[in-house]
Design a protein around this ligand. Structure first.
Ligand SMILES: [Zn+2]
Length: 558
């Protein structure tokens, strides 16, 4: 048994032992009838209607920076207005403009490694994928290459791959993932922490002033093949425009055999490089390799919008604090010129989350009195481009991060009937866990831990953008056990979706779908958020959690 599962069980039974004596959460009793009104307002038929419209061909797949995406945003803003919610976007509107830029590496760009004095040009897309993230039309790099292992600085695990190395202007060769471990107190055991994600590696290297990063692609370590890397880096990628964060001129991945050739310059193999990196005593290795790159990029500036509304809280003091609900409205859009069905309707991903968000918003707005704290509703853009809308929102919140007690996200929830299990990945890391367990129980729901923590799903969905600024945040996702069906049925439904519909034009509305489960998830979401908005204290990450320090710091900033 994994330690985290054991802790989960202990906490659950600890709750069972005390539950008879007193309620797990202090919600003013007079607030409960209003919450019940909000929950009873939820109607599965409304969710069906939103999903049907948002996923229709007319919406052209709700692409970021495409007409269909903008129509979806306007539709959601209209719903918020009909609910009587307050606009919380720019200049008294529901729209928060998110400035974006599309960057595509021109095929005439060149990257050459000079290994032990011998130049060796790399083939774009076959040997290397490379992106100039500095948003310049051209950039030149002429720099030494340094191997920095995993490229991680994690004081809480007493781990530092840089060991004070001055990396200014240099290009860093590094591994994805993190040091392997079965110890839950060391990089969370087999679960992936944020330190293992490539996004972290680029961010950290850029912060330290490096000119570029070359990630070694090793299929098992990345958990996907070179095809996936080539597909997602070979075309245009969207970024926040003129982002103030430092950026790399060369953000790249190389195939494993390129790493072999580089390792050979110091008489080692790529596997040796990995072994060296697995030690706490690892020191950066200056390689006898020079890298020359001439990056030419096509830059396409455009704007997209987050749609943000607010319900002001009823308590004079607490209304300056909030609970945040979110769902991304964007999907992959339309691919003109592609024969056959070229509209990525995104019915499950994520018209369903939008339907839930809209019905939760209507529920709150229908209550005779709002809860003590304010409630923010955000339909965010650019999730499929790398959590761009939620990332931007997390840094431009209408209520500061340190005053947001909880963020709940909804993404890709299949209308397969009434769920009997629910995943709230991350909730066990907060002091809201017992309340979540008790609330789930009221709905006949059992909270299940993340079924595959090693894949790092926690860091791949919008709630992560909010956790990144310290807010206790998680996605509400159905588990696989549905009422009236054996577990295997749910497993099969998921496999069928993953294989035949996920991120394909066939993720379309199906009139036979049963929306009663999405209504249950909405009511569950209302109760979770209402209680969080009513309890005395702001919710916290457990001490020593990777987001705890940033949470504490965010509460100091006014
Ligand atoms: Zn999604």
């Amino acid at each position: 048994m994994k330690k985290s599962v054991l802790i989960l069980l202990l906490l659950t039974s600890a709750f069972a032992a005390t539950s008879k004596k007193k309620p797990a959460v202090a919600v003013a009793p007079e607030a409960i009838p209003a919450m019940r009104v909000a929950m009873n307002t939820v109607n599965p038929q409304n969710i069906r209607t939103h999903v049907q419209f948002l996923s229709s061909d007319l919406l052209e797949g709700r692409g970021t920076g495409q007409r269909g995406g903008d129509i979806a945003a306007a539709y959601i803003a209209t719903q918020f207005a009909l609910d009587g919610l307050k606009p919380a976007g720019d200049n008294g509107s529901y729209m928060q403009r998110v400035p974006m830029v599309g960057i595509a590496t021109d095929p005439s760009s060149t990257v050459t490694l000079t290994m032990s004095g011998k130049p060796s040009p790399l083939r774009l897309n076959d040997d290397i994928v490379a992106m100039d993230e500095s948003q310049s039309a051209t950039s030149d790099i002429d720099a030494p290459l340094v191997y920095v292992g995993y490229g991680i600085i994690a004081p809480e695990y007493k781990w530092n791959d840089y060991k004070g190395l001055d990396v200014k202007g240099k290009v860093l060769l590094m591994l994805v993932n993190e040091p392997p471990s079965d110890d839950d107190n060391f990089f969370k055991g087999r679960a992936l922490t944020y330190y293992g994600r490539w996004t972290y590696k680029y961010e950290e290297a850029a912060r330290l002033g490096a000119a570029g990063v070359i990630l070694i692609h090793q299929p098992e370590m990345a958990s996907y093949g070179w095809d996936v890397v080539r597909n997602s880096w070979g075309g245009e990628r969207a970024y926040i425009r003129n982002d103030s964060a430092p950026k790399l001129k060369l953000a790249s991945w190389v195939q494993y055999d390129v790493a072999q050739r580089i390792a050979a310059t110091i008489g080692k193999s790529a596997d040796d490089l990995i072994r060296m990196a697995n030690s706490r005593d690892f020191k950066p290795v200056a390689l006898p390799v020079e890298i020359k790159a001439h990056m030419i990029s096509k830059i396409r500036p455009f704007d997209s919008n987050n749609v943000v509304a607010e319900l002001t809280g009823s308590d004079d003091k607490l209304k300056t604090q909030a609970v945040l609900y979110s769902a991304h409205y964007d999907h992959l859009g339309i691919r003109p010129g592609v024969p056959g069905d070229n509209i990525y309707n995104g019915a499950v991903d994520n018209a369903t989350g939008c339907g839930i968000l809209l019905e939760i918003a209507r529920g709150f707005a229908s209550a005779p009195e709002p809860p003590s704290r304010s409630i923010l509703f955000a339909a965010v853009t650019g999730e499929e481009q790398g959590l761009l809308g939620s990332d931007y929102l997390s840094r431009h919140l209408p209520i500061p991060a340190g005053k947001i007690t909880l963020a709940l996200n909804f993404d890709g929830i299949r209308p397969d009937g009434i769920p009997e299990t629910v995943e709230l990945s991350g909730v066990e890391r907060t002091n809201y866990f017992l309340t979540a367990v008790a609330t789930a129980k009221e709905f006949g729901l059992e909270i299940k831990p993340d079924s595959n923590p090693g894949a790092g799903h926690y860091y791949r969905s919008d709630h992560f953008s909010f956790a990144h600024v310290g807010i206790p945040a998680f996605s509400v996702q159905e588990g696989l056990k549905y009422k009236g069906h054996p577990l295997e049925w749910g497993v099969q439904r998921e496999e069928d979706y993953d294989e035949h519909r996920y991120h394909q034009p066939s993720d379309e509305f199906d009139p036979t779908w049963d929306f009663s489960g999405l209504a249950e998830i909405s009511r569950f979401g209302i109760e979770l958020g209402w209680k969080a908005a009513s309890q005395e204290d702001l919710i916290q990450w457990l001490p020593n959690d990777e987001f705890d320090t940033i949470r504490k710091a965010s509460e100091q900033t006014k």
